[in-house]
Design a protein around this ligand. Structure first.
Ligand SMILES: *Cc1c(COP(=O)(O)O)cnc(C)c1O
Length: 404
């Protein structure tokens, strides 16, 4: 059936009005309504297609409408078990945790429902480890300039952005800040009172900032010297995004805790806290919990997603297309372009000007793009994206930039 255009337009306008009236206005959304997706494209209610460089903010690693993901979902639905609570044994969360520990430094896993919850758990675990060792004042947590760790009180306290924190204080006490990639500033705040140091090996929201190898290595040494835990937030940069399964594989450094979320279950809500046995030994029955987390539905899908994203050919594809993306973006000529940076399919294009108008113009040209801070366009597409999609992006961006 061909949809009546006038009816579609009226329904779309009505929906946008309703959104404005009944949804808490914490997001400013563009004036179209997405109704389906396929591969690396999404389609709005008028049938217009958009090439997706956002992937639901680095979530939809396998794109849209993936047949194998749908099959796993259907298989799990057929068991009747979406949720059982963590009171009982089920199969999928154990299988997922086995796979995660086989493929990482970690020995054990705690599942959560989101990234911020994973970081909340990591904060608690870091304090508990210090407590169990008999320290009394070892409660401080360190994070870095331009970090993003989430919106709940603990992770917000470690996200030093005025715009996010204003109006919500007092935040957690015992939080210290240092400058990203500045080891002297880290040395000034990491000491005997430090329980944990939280860092994104490649910062996402803060502008696609890549940690230097020396910086991460010296942070590891500082943490060892002061018996503090090194916590990597790989919620955005992990799970193959940068062309290795974990972003920190490109460094010769291992954390004590790693947090994951965004793409782990192909768009279903999940987070995970991966820990060493040493950390795990400080956590006992009753110390932490969640009603929904690790449910059989979400973890069965996550297991499938992890198997796919960790395949060597898949990671090679991310490196190849990511390299091509950086190359093409570097060949854009515009006087306002400052720099192209990133790794794999996590790439930032920094401008001297604010990028929001460029992103808005992208919608007209059928491109979904997202900012990372005010001056950087962030490219975090589905990892299945191909080189010819990069060419399409390049052509459209060239046209758009002619008008700026
Ligand atoms: C998105 C993100 C978070 C928060 O995850 P939510 O699922 O939105 O709570 C934390 N850290 C990093 C690096 C992120 O990109």
């Amino acid at each position: 059936m061909i949809p009546d255009i006038q009816q579609t337009v009226t329904r779309t306008e009505q929906l946008i009005q309703d959104e404005h009236d009944v949804i808490l206005q914490t997001y400013k959304r563009p004036p179209f309504v997405l109704v389906h997706g396929q591969g690396v494209h999404v389609f709005d209610s008028t049938g217009k297609s958009y090439l997706d460089w956002v992937a639901g903010i680095a979530v939809n690693a396998l794109g849209y409408g993936d047949k194998d993901v749908q099959a796993v979902i259907n298989q799990q639905l057929a068991t009747g078990l979406i949720h059982t609570s963590n009171l009982y044994h089920t199969v999928p969360h154990v299988e997922l945790a086995k796979l995660l520990t086989e493929k990482s430094f970690a020995d054990r896993v705690f599942f959560t429902n989101s990234g911020t919850e994973a970081n909340e758990g990591a904060i608690k675990f870091a304090r508990k480890v210090a407590y169990e060792k008999g320290y009394h004042d070892k409660t401080e947590l360190v994070s870095f300039s331009n970090a993003f760790h989430g919106r709940t009180m603990g992770s917000l306290s470690l996200t030093p952005k005025e715009k996010y924190q204003t109006g919500f204080k007092p935040l957690l006490p015992a939080i210290r800040g240092a400058v990203f990639n500045d080891i002297e500033s880290a040395r000034a705040v990491i000491n005997a009172n430090t329980a944990g140091v939280l860092i994104e090996p490649i910062q996402g929201e803060g502008g696609i900032n890549v940690a230097t190898p020396e910086f991460l290595a010296e942070l590891r040494a500082l943490c060892d010297e002061h018996d503090a835990l090194l916590i990597f937030d790989e919620i955005q940069c992990g799970m193959g995004r940068t062309g290795t399964l974990w972003a920190h594989e490109a460094y010769d450094v291992k954390p004590d805790i790693m947090t994951l979320a965004k793409p782990l279950a192909g768009g279903l809500p999940i987070g995970a806290i991966l820990v060493t046995n040493e950390v795990a030994s400080a956590i006992q029955v009753g110390n932490h919990g969640s009603t929904f987390a690790g449910n059989p539905f979400v973890t069965s899908v996550a297991k499938h997603v992890l198997e796919r994203l960790s395949a060597p050919e898949f990671l090679a594809h991310v490196r190849e297309v990511g390299g091509y993306l950086q190359e093409k973006l570097k060949s854009l000529t515009h006087p306002d372009i400052v720099e192209v940076r990133g790794r794999g399919l996590m790439v930032g294009l920094e401008f001297k000007r604010e990028v929001d108008p460029i992103i808005q113009a992208g919608y007209e040209h059928g491109l979904l793009m997202v900012n990372a801070g005010t001056h950087v366009i962030r490219f975090v597409p589905p990892l299945i994206i191909e080189k010819h999609h990069v060419d399409t992006l390049y052509d459209k961006l060239t046209l758009i930039l002619e008008t700026f």
